[in-house]
Structures are given as structure tokens and as C-alpha cells.
Design a binder for this molecule. Structure first.
Ligand SMILES: [Zn+2]
Length: 254
């Protein structure tokens, strides 16, 4: 891919990432995405254009509001940088194609779900439910094809629903939420059933590692609920980029 194209996608990623920050902040609070314009969430002062430049503004302002001095979460520049990397990496992996556009929209939804689940332990229906529909619709024309997408969505939701039900019967409390169920259905719809299963394996593995690390550092008890959607988002990003070679490598042992 020519460097200029990669650079253009990285810059587009910064701008999209800036919008994803708005989604991450406002969707859990049920606020409008378009109104009002960006403002400090503490003192409500509208932001000047130079306070709205992705990453750069946060660095120049040293992570604080110019007037009230309140701390601005490092989540903002991290989301912008991550989205830029995802966009630049996406064009390298998929080339300039219709599939690239679908996968970038999918990855953007994952970034939002990642951050919202981490901060609020919820996975909003306004993202996951249209996500299932969009993933299935796109699969009529693009990989993974409608059948793999349909099986991925049903099996993805079904597996987690069964696990959630079993956990509830054994432990008497909720371990997995319906948000996780719908999110894995969405991942299955976009990536197809083989990569959905890979996502689930990667997410469970990463979740266990972090869970054990938290236990070892005594920062969370056995009951501390890890946001599984956060790990599903990471797993799906890896599966979308490197999943096919990973599956081919795994299957080469059989
Ligand atoms: Zn302020």
C-alpha cells in the first residue's frame, strides 16, 4: 500500500476516533451524538477548534481543561490513536475494497464497545443489535458469506446464552450479561462462525490471564466481574486481522 494512502487512513482514523470518543461518552448517558457541540464535561464550556484536534490537543493541554483544570481522561487520546492504527492496519490487510469499509465500521463499533464496557460494564443495544443486522446484510455480498454469518450469529449468541444460563444455575448469580450474548452474535455476523469461535477462545484466554493477574495482585476478589465485552472486542480485532492464518496454522496439525 502506498505510504500516502496509509497516512490518509491513519488521519481518517484519528478523526473517526475523535467521533468514537463522543459515542463512548454520550451513548451510556443517553445523550445526543450531534448536539450540543464538544464541551468540557465539568465546566460545560464549549471547546475551541484547537482543543478538539485528536491527540495533539490532549498533549498540549497536558490532559486538563484550559479553564476549570479538570483532568481529561487518557482514554480520549488512546481511543484516537487506537482507531488510527486500526484504520492504517486495516488498509494494509484488506487493501482498498468494499470489505475494508465493512471491517472498519465493525472495528469502530468494537472500539466503542471496548471502552464503554470497561467504564460502565454495559454493552449498549444501540450498537450490538444494529451490528448483528449490518454484519449479516454485508455478508450477502462479501466474506464470510451469508451462511457462515448466519451460523456465526446464532451460534455466537447461543453459546454465550448457554454459558450464562449454566453459570446462573450453578452460582445463583449473573456472570455473563445479555450484552455479551448480543455482542458475540454481532461478531459472528461480521466474521463468520470459524473466526467467531477463535474470538471466543482468544477473549476467554486473555480474560483468564488478566483475571489471574488481578487475583495475584489481590486487586480483585474471585467475584470481581471482568468486563467480558472488553476482551471480546480485543479478540475480534485480532481475529479480523490475523484470524485466517491462525486457523490455517491450527488446522495444519490435523
Ligand atoms: Zn472545564
Amino acid at each position: 500500500m502506498p505510504p500516502l494512502v496509509t497516512l490518509a487512513f491513519a488521519l481518517a482514523g484519528l478523526v473517526v476516533g475523535s467521533f468514537l470518543n463522543v459515542c463512548i461518552h454520550r451513548i451510556p448517558r443517553r445523550e445526543s451524538l450531534v448536539w450540543p457541540a464538544s464541551h468540557c464535561t465539568a465546566c460545560n464550556r464549549p471547546l475551541a477548534w484547537f482543543e478538539n484536534v485528536p491527540i495533539v490537543s490532549w498533549l498540549l493541554l497536558r490532559g486538563r481543561c484550559r479553564t476549570c483544570g479538570v483532568r481529561i481522561s487518557s482514554m480520549y487520546p488512546i481511543v484516537e490513536l487506537t482507531t488510527a492504527i486500526v484504520f492504517a492496519g486495516g488498509v494494509a490487510v484488506y487493501g482498498l475494497s468494499a470489505l475494508l469499509m465493512v471491517r472498519l465500521a465493525f472495528a469502530s463499533a468494537l472500539v466503542v464497545l471496548f471502552a464503554i464496557d470497561l467504564q460502565h460494564q454495559i454493552l449498549p443495544n444501540v450498537i450490538t443489535v444494529p451490528g448483528v443486522v449490518a454484519g449479516f446484510a454485508a455478508s450477502w455480498f462479501l466474506p464470510p458469506g451469508w451462511l457462515s454469518s448466519l451460523i456465526g450469529a446464532i451460534a455466537g449468541g447461543g453459546i454465550l446464552l448457554a454459558i450464562a444460563e449454566a453459570y446462573y444455575r450453578v452460582r445463583g448469580q449473573e456472570g455473563l450479561g445479555m450484552g455479551d450474548v448480543k455482542m458475540l452474535a454481532m461478531i459472528g455476523a461480521f466474521l463468520g462462525w470459524p473466526l467467531m469461535i477463535l474470538t471466543l477462545v482468544l477473549a476467554s484466554f486473555a480474560g483468564s490471564l488478566v483475571g489471574v493477574a488481578l487475583l495475584a495482585s489481590r486487586r480483585g476478589g474471585m467475584q470481581a466481574a471482568l468486563p467480558f465485552g472488553t476482551f471480546l472486542a480485543l479478540g475480534a480485532l485480532v481475529a479480523a486481522v490475523a484470524g485466517d492464518p491462525m486457523l490455517a496454522w491450527y488446522l495444519s496439525f490435523y
